[in-house]
Every structure is written in structure tokens, then in C-alpha cells.
Design a protein around this ligand. Structure first.
Ligand SMILES: [Zn+2]
Length: 270
């Protein structure tokens, strides 16, 4: 599943091809996405300059100069690619013809993603449900501490709860907790203010590293299918059950929390 670093990489990848361009035409080949593309609003964005490309949590947003926006979520398997020539691949569902002559193609095998046009100032309901991601200013220690200080949920599930903090996926949650020496089973109200601070510092560090790793694949962006950033960063605990911890001599454990795998060191994290 594309995580925040892959979404940021995608955003950076398409930005130079989309910014200050207009969309001439939109072709919908298959509209059975998580929420069908609301193409009835397409006329609002055709031939209108795209002034900015943004990312909020795992959503990519194109802002048009006339007060409309397009939000894109990649779902489980979605990806965007820019191409000069139109050679349709299987699962190419929505195609934007750009003023430059390039095409921007949304491909999604499992179709859990979405593309929606909305009025920028009215926002989009899915965006409103998201807490800040670790890079946003609101995501400071005061915020995190106040959101979790009465919580009896495990810190692992808190990190995956996008209503509290968005953009931290399952792999990164294990890595962040290892970096902060916090056990994934500890509950929210047992996490100190300083630990909240640390969690945010390490979240940014780890995500930034993954974004950087993902960024190196941008050179062959035209070939699309860039590998997710986490394949390129060294994971310290995720997927390493039974192997030696990198800071003590214990073995890494694997447990299941809310149906998701968690990896951690029982010695180093408590
Ligand atoms: Zn250890």
C-alpha cells in the first residue's frame, strides 16, 4: 500500500508536469473506484490553470486558479504516471490530457483509490477526517500528548489512527517505536510528554529518509512503477522477527495488534 513517503514521491514526481498546465480533456475508462470520479464537475476544471500541487496526509491535491481542486488517493494499488505517448496499460482508469501534450494516467489494479473534484474552500470530507501528518505544524508534542493522554489504546494503534495522526503506515509505526524505545503494547496514557516529542522527531526522520530513498527512482518516472521507499531504507525491526536486535543482543519479536503485524525488541523497548 502506498504510504506517506510513496505519496510524497508521487506528488513530487508529477508536480513539474502538472503545475501551471491545464487539463484539456478527461477520459474515464473505468469509473468503478472506491468513490466514482464525479465527472459531472469536469467542466469546472477543463482549461483552467493548475496553480499548486499539494499533499495532505496520503492525499494529493491539484489546486486550480478558479477555486476548484482535485483530490487523488492511491488506495491500495493506485499510481500516477506521466507519459508522452498514450499506450494504455491494463488498469489505466482515468486519463488527463494536459496542455503540454503529456498525459497523466491513473492506474489502479484493485480500485480502492479515488479521484474527486471539489470546491477548494468547501474542502473534501475525507480530508477533514484526517489528523495532521508528522510534517505539519499542528503535529507538535502538545497536540499529540493532549490527544493520547487519556487513551487506553496501544501506542502502536494510536500511530496508525489517521484521525489522530495521519500518514504513518504499519511498517513505519514499528520503526518509529523502536527508534524511541517505546513498547508497541504500552497504552496512550502511559506515554509521557517527552516521549510524544520524540515520537514526532523520529517519525519525521524516518519518513524523510524514505522520501529521499523514493526520490531516487524519479529519474525513471516515465517508466512508472517506482519501488516504494521502504524497500530502500534499512528497516531495523520490521520483518526481522527472530533476528538480532540492532541495539542489544535479544531477538526481535513479532506480535499481532488489531490484525496488523508489529515487530519490536522486548529488551530495548518498554
Ligand atoms: Zn534490543
Amino acid at each position: 500500500m502506498p504510504e506517506l513517503p510513496e505519496v510524497e514521491t508521487t506528488k513530487r514526481g508529477v508536480e513539474p508536469y502538472v503545475k501551471n498546465e491545464t487539463i484539456k480533456k478527461i477520459l474515464v475508462r473505468n469509473n468503478k473506484l472506491r468513490i466514482p470520479f464525479n465527472k459531472n464537475l469536469a467542466k469546472k476544471i477543463i482549461n483552467v490553470d493548475i496553480k499548486e500541487i499539494k499533499r495532505r496526509a496520503k492525499y494529493i491535491i491539484f489546486e486550480f486558479v478558479n477555486g476548484y481542486s482535485v483530490v487523488i488517493h492511491l488506495g491500495m494499488t493506485g499510481n500516477l504516471r506521466v507519459s508522452k505517448k498514450i499506450k494504455y496499460l491494463k488498469h489505466d482508469h482515468i486519463i488527463f490530457y494536459l496542455s503540454s501534450g503529456n498525459v497523466l494516467i491513473y492506474n489502479d489494479v484493485r480500485r480502492f483509490g479515488l479521484i474527486q473534484i471539489y470546491k477548494t474552500k468547501e474542502s473534501y470530507f475525507l480530508l477533514d477526517n484526517n489528523g495532521p501528518d508528522p510534517f505539519e505544524k499542528e503535529a507538535n508534542a502538545d497536540y499529540l500528548f493532549s490527544r493520547i493522554k487519556n487513551s487506553t489504546a496501544s501506542i502502536k494503534s494510536i500511530l496508525l489512527n489517521h484521525k489522530i495522526i495521519s500518514g504513518i503506515g504499519n511498517i513505519y509505526a514499528s520503526e518509529i517505536l523502536f527508534a524511541t524505545n517505546i513498547s508497541p503494547t504500552r497504552i496512550g496514557k502511559k506515554i509521557s510528554y517527552d516521549e510524544c516529542k520524540n515520537i514526532l522527531i523520529e517519525s519525521k526522520k524516518i519518513l524523510r529518509k524514505a522520501i529521499k530513498a523514493g526520490g531516487t527512482t524519479l529519474n525513471d518516472y516515465f517508466n512508472a512503477e517506482s519501488k516504494p521507499g521502504y524497500f530502500k531504507i534499512q528497516l531495523k525491526v520490521y520483518g526481522r522477527d527472530g533476528e538480532k536486535c540492532k541495539s542489544c543482543k535479544s531477538n526481535i519479536s513479532k506480535i499481532t495488534q488489531s490484525n496488523r503485524s508489529t515487530y519490536y525488541c522486548k529488551e530495548s523497548q518498554n
